[in-house]
Structures are given as C-alpha cells and as structure tokens.
Design a protein around this ligand. Structure first.
Ligand SMILES: [Cu+2]
Length: 480
C-alpha cells in the first residue's frame, strides 16, 4: 500500500500539474525570459520601464481608413476538396476550392481580406505566413483575435511591406485545417515589374496521402516560349521538408521566404531544401529546342515550356544557403544584441495536459510552462536555436524575419539569409538575430503543426503590450 502510494503520488501530481487551464491567457503561461536585459519585467502586459504605458494587441491594427488596393472575400467551408484528377478528399475549402485563390498585390498596397466562415464548425482565422503584418492582423486565434465562428466574418487590413512569395492559412485548429486545405498563396510583386518572363506559384501540399502541386496530383504544366525564363514560386505548405531540384539544367534561387537573395549564382546538380511553411523562388531557363525544363518538387514536377523534359534523381548534395550569393547590408548590427535568448528544443517523458508521452521541451520545460521571450521595441535580439529532440523542426516566428548568422559555428558568408521558417535538424544549432520592430504578442513555434499541437510553442512579447484574447473557454480559441 505504502509502496503503491510512493509510486502513484508523484504520477498523480505530475498529471495534475500538467493540466492546461481551459480558459487561459498566453501571458500567464510559463515564465518570462528577458534575455539578459534585467531592467524590463513584463507583468501582465505592464512594463516598469515604459512608464506603465500599455497598448492592447487588439489596437495594433493595420490602417483603419483608406480604400484598399486589393479587396478580396474568402469564404471558408468544411467539406470535400476536389483534386484536379477528380478525386475528393475530406477537408476544407476557400471559395469552394483548395488551394484557395492566390492573392496578388504590389508592394505598398493596402490589402483588405474579408474572411467569411460559412461552415467551419471549430471556427477559423487567416494568418499571413511570412508577411510582417501589424499584430492585430496576424490571425492567431486566442493571441491576436478570437476564432471567427461559423456564420461569422472578420476583416483583415494591412499594407504589404515587402515583395515576395507568401501564403495564408488558418491559425485555428491549424493542425487539422491547414492539412485539410484551408490555405492559399499570396504574391507581392515588386514596384519594378522587370523580372522573369513567366511567373507561377507552385504550392506543394499533401491531401490525405496524395501529394499535389496547386491541388493537382499530376504536377503542374506551365506553357512558356523557348529561350525565356520562368520564376517558380515554390510554397511548402506541409510539415516536413520539400526537396527541390532541376534535373539536367542550372537554376538560380532568387528568393527565400519572401526575401531576395543577393546576387544568386547558378546552381548545378544540387537540391534546395525548403522548410515546412517556407518558400523558395527558383528561376529556370526554358530550353531553345522546344522541350521543357523540369523543376522537381519531391515526387512531383513542374514542367515549364514544351511537353518533354529531362528527369533525374535527387542530387543529394544540398545548396547551402549559408554560402549562397554575396553579402549585402542588413540594416542593423547583429553583434550588438540588446537581448540574447536560447530556444533549446528537447524531448523527455512526461505529461502535457494530463496525457502521458514523450513530450517536446523548450529550455527543459514542457507546455504550457514554456518561456515568454520578452523584448522591447527597437531591441536587436539574438537567439540561439538548438535541437536535440531527435526530430527536425521547422521553426516559425510570426511578425518578423530572422537573419541567419551561423549553423553549428559555421558563419554565414553568402547573401543575407532571411527566414521566417527555418528547418532545424536534430543536433543542429543556429544563431539568428532580428530587430524588434513590430510590437505585439507573436507566436514562435514549430510549423510541423502536429508538433505545435503537442506543445512546441513559445511566444515573443513586447513590453507594454496587453493581451485581451484568451485560449479555450467560450471562444473555443485553439490556435494549434
Ligand atoms: Cu517540430
């Protein structure tokens, strides 16, 4: 009896202490980490060194006035997705299809999107993955808004500050809704229209067990004249990496995660690895002889030009973005960090929300006892992302782009490598830095969405920002 109690009592305590409150604020979760800047303490949104001035997440909106340059209504439904070959897969649609319509804008445009939730019972939101929007437009249920209930609507308004390839997806019950098809692409064109002759989006997504490009299990065919160039905007909407290569021809990587590569040189017989949630814009030349050039997206292909194209196996050798392109000004000094954080991902047996299992840990803690990385507007922030968890993780910080400084001590010598979705393999350590220039409360999580649902989530919060939204409770907010 005593022996049984000795064994059971700690287990019961671990179980009980792991329960996640059914109605909670992310601000009350875990513990505050000030990154070595001892002067700032963030207490429920109030900070001592900002003179107690506060602003609510809900007030950190895009422009309230002005007529939009791009005005789109996206109606979301729960229902069958019809793939291009006629097969149907249960999931989610946007304006009746998946992927949803591609939103096209020009840099500096005011974009207005009205989300109408027609039949998604769990509620839905739209997150603008990679677009550094004002916090209240970020579309995270329970953090930047309430989930839009069935029958409800929500208007997003934001200026698109940077040209590039982005995507939108639900951030409510996202592990199910994104996998089920509630997403689409967002392309922001530069002010200077000069570029490749042909410009296409290629969104790789697996519905059920069926890999597709733009919803087509047969891949994508793009007509193009011989001798022209094409920009293929690869979007990896999945949880794992997407391997991209061009058999038998050179290519260039023009952009990564919506940021141009500086002076990208020709890549030959190498694979570019795109993280879950990440993007790579690949430029290829259409052959003069009337054949096509093939861009492989894993098991599928994008054929640009004629009907016939060379094929070839995955080169295995990777393009290392640490040394690709040439250096350029990054606009800040990453060595002069005001705060330095560690985001160390591990794994150990334990309980999360009453369920036993092998749990993800962040700096040794399991969800919801995870760090809140506290920053102040204007800070230069350094972060060490380390992974010893046994699995790779595509790490995604909302609202900011991270500059990659080094991997396993190997410093970046190529183009500035900006990311919003960084694949961190088991055993790797990345040093990254960013400028805290977008006040709010931002998710900083694994974009392998089932991992996020299992608790691989932290947040970056600015001093002086108050969080009015809550997880759970009557709102049903459940961002993962
Ligand atoms: Cu992960």
């Amino acid at each position: 009896m005593v022996a049984a109690l000795v064994v059971l009592a700690p287990l019961v305590w671990f179980w009980w202490s792991s329960l996640v409150p059914s109605n909670a604020s992310v601000m009350d979760m875990g513990y505050q980490d000030s990154g070595g800047a001892a002067s700032v303490v963030h207490e429920h949104g109030r900070s001592r060194d900002d003179g107690g001035r506060t602003v609510s997440v809900a007030d950190l909106t895009g422009p309230v006035d002005g007529s939009p340059d791009v005005d789109v209504t996206l109606t979301v439904d729960r229902g069958d997705v019809v793939l291009a070959d006629g097969r149907t897969v249960p999931g989610y649609t946007v304006n009746g299809v998946s992927p949803g319509p591609t939103i096209e804008a020009q840099v500096g445009d005011l974009v207005q999107v009205t989300l109408v939730n027609r039949s998604v019972v769990d509620g839905a939101t739209l997150h603008w993955h990679g677009v550094d929007v004002p916090n209240a437009e970020d579309g995270v249920a329970g953090v930047t808004q309430d989930a839009v209930p069935e029958g409800g609507r929500h208007v997003y308004r934001f200026v698109v500050p940077d040209a590039g390839t982005y995507w939108y997806h639900s951030h409510q019950v996202s592990h199910a809704q994104v996998r089920g098809g509630l997403f689409g692409a967002l392309v922001v064109r530069p002010a200077d229209p000069a570029g490749s002759d042909v410009d296409v989006v290629a969104a790789a997504h697996t519905y059920g067990a069926t890999p597709t490009v733009n919803g087509d299990p047969g891949g994508l065919r793009v007509p193009a004249d011989p001798g022209t160039t094409a920009r293929v905007r690869v979007v990896n909407t999945g949880s794992g990496v997407l391997r991209v290569w061009v058999p038998g021809a050179d290519y260039r990587v023009l952009a990564v995660d919506g940021r141009e590569v500086h002076e990208p040189d020709a890549v030959h017989d190498r694979t570019v690895v795109v993280a879950g949630g990440g993007r790579a814009d690949v430029e290829v030349a259409v052959p003069d002889d009337g054949s096509a050039v093939r861009v492989r997206l894993g098991s599928l292909s994008v054929l640009v030009g004629g009907d016939d194209a060379t094929d070839g196996a995955d080169p295995r050798e990777r393009l290392d973005l640490l040394s690709y392109g040439t250096p350029a000004d990054v606009g800040f000094d990453p060595r002069a960090a005001d705060r330095s954080f560690t985001y160390a991902i591990g794994r150990r047996p334990g309980f999360v929300d009453g369920l036993p299992g092998l749990q993800w840990t962040i700096n040794g803690h399991t969800y919801p006892d995870v760090p809140m990385f506290v920053v102040r507007e204007g800070d230069v922030v350094a972060m060490t992302i380390r992974n010893s968890s046994g699995q790779p993780h595509p790490m995604h910080l909302h609202g900011h782009h991270l500059l990659v400084l080094s991997r396993d001590g190997l410093r970046s010598t190529g183009s500035p490598w900006w990311v919003d979705s960084l694949e961190v393999e088991n055993g790797q350590t990345y040093q990254v830095a960013f400028v805290a220039d977008n006040p709010g409360v931002w998710m900083d999580h694994c974009h392998n969405l089932p991992h996020a649902q299992q608790g691989l989530i932290a947040h970056v919060a600015y001093t002086g920002v108050v969080e009015p939204f809550r997880l759970g409770g009557e709102t049903g907010n459940e961002p993962e």
